[in-house]
Design a protein around this ligand. Sequence first.
Ligand code: AMP
Length: 216
Amino acid sequence: MVRMRVIFLGPPGSGKGTQAKRLMSLLGIPQISTGDLLRNAAREGSRLGLEAKGYMDTGALVPDGLVIALLEERITQPDCGQGFILDGFPRTRVQAEALAKALHLARMDIDAVINFEIDTGMLVERLVGRRVCPRGHGEWHVRFNPPSKPGYCDTCGEGLIQREDDQEERIRKRFSAYRADTEPLIEFYSAQKCLYTVNALNEMDAVTEQIRSILA
Ligand code: AMP
């Protein structure tokens, strides 16, 4: 098995999570979504989770220290031994530098950063219509990818919900956080010669194929 440490970079709704799940089974390495880790912590009601929820619900980024601690803990777990796909981390320069430092100390490196390029104007509809299973079985879209029984999870039958931050005004706030804090990382990783760009507007299968050939 090939050891592979990959970062997926791109605006909310650009398909990072969907592609990370597909690549996870193809490559045999875990997807690490800091959004999922934070939502789980919030659901469990831990102090960290509740603090994070206050930021997430408004569409703001969670403070660096909190997310970095969570991520550092996650990447040292045994299932990350062969690598991982980071989905939604780093989102700021401080996070990118903390990651580089943590990997350096562990004598590890990032193999590739995949930049999901897409005009954010295309993404509002994708996010507004997104519905998720409250038990974590995945996500659907009211128009582009409806479940077999409208409004209910195909896996467990639970009623689907809309994420708090998938409301239009919060989506706009998430895009501005992306532009201000995350987009500059394109330059940061480009300077390190490990950045590859995919056209995230393409069909899902075509994007998966493109990422696969980059990683090969
Ligand atoms: P996501 O599921 O990746 O769209 O993330 C949902 C929300 O979780 C974001 O809008 C942020 O509030 C928070 N979040 C996730 N990852 C990070 C991160 N790396 N840094 C700061 N906040 C994050």
